[in-house]
Design a protein around this ligand. Structure first.
Ligand SMILES: Cc1ncc(COP(=O)(O)O)c(C=O)c1O
Length: 424
């Protein structure tokens, strides 16, 4: 008789009687905030909730400024524009990330240069960044992917040496802290997403963080049709928003609503405690994984708190599982645990959602550019190994429960290991 749930055996968890923690999290505080906005009639445009959120987010991240934006895709685009990146420039991005990281580069008419990642933490490999630099390179976008920090010491050193801008893609790292600095406060600009699945959410939304007053001014204007505040005071009051002529800059509407800001204010209040729970569980689960055959915990800096992780991931070694394909392993694990177990993002040189050549009227700016942005022109062997052979990822909600849930995850891996022959 089969033991594994995927073959009809009894699963280790029954989602009906024992569901995983829910996401998003909200209570009467969110309801109260949303009603306040509703009744105030100030539903958007530098409303009081947006101003309050920007201030508290900047304070939390440890930057002088934070600016909310429509989502974490346009925030990257605005960051690039504010840094002066455009046609003729190259921007180095990791090959393993959500397509928006590279797509934003195309949307400012620059060329996204895809480089490989490190196998132990799936983040951009500084050695590859170094190799990819040309006289056209203007910026680097390290992504703190899933649960790991990109090697910011190495990246900042490269950026300083070559006078490049660094835009941290923090869509997965709200509140992540390394050596006393939060993600989003290390590079020139930090870019955040508040899409529904993220560690902070308003359904959709984004934010930019910086301590550079010039970048702040440009970012603020770019997200608001080119308008700029006359002074910080007038910006805080949401008034006096038309800058003097000559100061102006062409742009569009990338603002959020005050409803979103009301949710984000509460989301930010919840984040430290949620990160603490996730951090304790991630640390414990990693310690269990380290004792199991055939799986390898992600490599994190010892000083890093682990709670700011969009996904809990680990590496699978199929040789130890009698060559069982990782897809089958993930499927079996999902059935045991009654939750979704996913692969990493598809490498961007073979990603079905990163296809610049489907838009010739927009991106065929020149023959050279068309060539430069061909994803297939980049080699990303490590990204491919991770995607096709090694990646096992859970949404962060699995870390929001009890220590016993971590024992269950480790138990499910062991059960599959012990019964792998059922799947061969
Ligand atoms: C690494 C990364 N960057 C950027 C984004 C874009 O954020 P948004 O969905 O808010 O546009 C995402 C969203 O998943 C992401 O994962």
């Amino acid at each position: 008789m089969s033991k594994l749930a995927i073959n009809g055996g009894k699963p280790l968890r029954d989602a009906k009687t024992d569901p995983w923690p829910k996401w998003p999290v909200w209570d009467e505080n969110e309801e109260k905030g949303l009603l306040e906005v509703l009744r105030s009639g100030v539903w958007s445009y530098n409303g009081p909730k947006e101003v309050e959120f920007n201030k508290s987010f900047a304070k939390f991240i440890g930057t002088e400024y934070a600016i909310s934006a429509a989502n974490g895709t346009v925030s990257l685009q605005l960051a690039l524009e504010a840094c002066g990146v455009g046609l003729g420039d190259e921007v180095i991005v990791p090959g393993l990330t959500w397509q928006a990281t590279a797509g934003a580069v195309l949307d400012v008419n620059a060329a996204a240069v895809l480089v490989d990642v490190r196998r132990d933490n799936w983040c951009i490999d500084p050695a590859e960044v170094d190799q990819a630099i040309t006289p056209q390179t203007k910026a680097i976008i390290p992504v703190h992917l899933y649960g790991c920090f990109a090697d910011m010491d190495a990246i900042m050193a490269i950026a300083r040496k070559h006078k490049l801008r660094v835009i941290e893609d923090c869509a997965h790292k709200h509140g992540g802290e390394l050596k006393g600095r939060k993600a989003g406060s290390i590079g020139d600009v930090g870019s955040f997403s508040f899409q529904l699945s993220k560690l902070m959410t308003a359904g959709e939304g984004g934010a930019l963080t910086t301590s550079d007053p010039e970048l702040f001014e440009r970012l603020d204007a770019l997200r608001n049709c080119g308008r700029r505040p006359e002074s910080q005071e007038s910006a805080d009051k949401g008034a006096g928003l038309y800058g003097s002529e000559g100061d102006l800059i062409q742009s569009g509407n990338y603002r959020i609503t005050d409803f979103q800001a009301a949710l984000l204010i509460e989301s930010l209040k919840r984040l430290p405690q949620q990160n603490r729970i996730r951090g304790e569980n991630a640390k414990y689960l990693n310690s269990l994984l380290a004792e199991l055959p055939g799986v390898v915990p992600m490599k994190n800096d010892k000083t890093e708190a682990l709670g700011a992780c969009y996904n809990f991931s680990f590496r699978y070694n199929k040789a130890k599982f009698r060559d069982l394909d990782v897809r089958k392993f993930r499927e079996a694990l999902g059935k045991e645990l009654a939750c979704s177990v996913e692969a990493s993002y598809e490498p961007l040189n073979a990603c079905s959602l990163y296809t610049p050549h489907t838009k010739p009227r927009r991106y065929r700016l020149s023959k050279k550019y068309w060539h430069q942005i061909d994803p297939a022109a980049f080699e990303l062997p490590v990204c491919h190994k991770i995607f096709t052979e090694e990646s096992v990822c859970f949404h962060h909600t699995v870390l929001m429960g009890k220590k016993a849930d971590m024992d269950l995850i480790a138990g499910a891996i062991k059960k599959i290991y012990d019964n792998a022959e059922e799947l061969l």
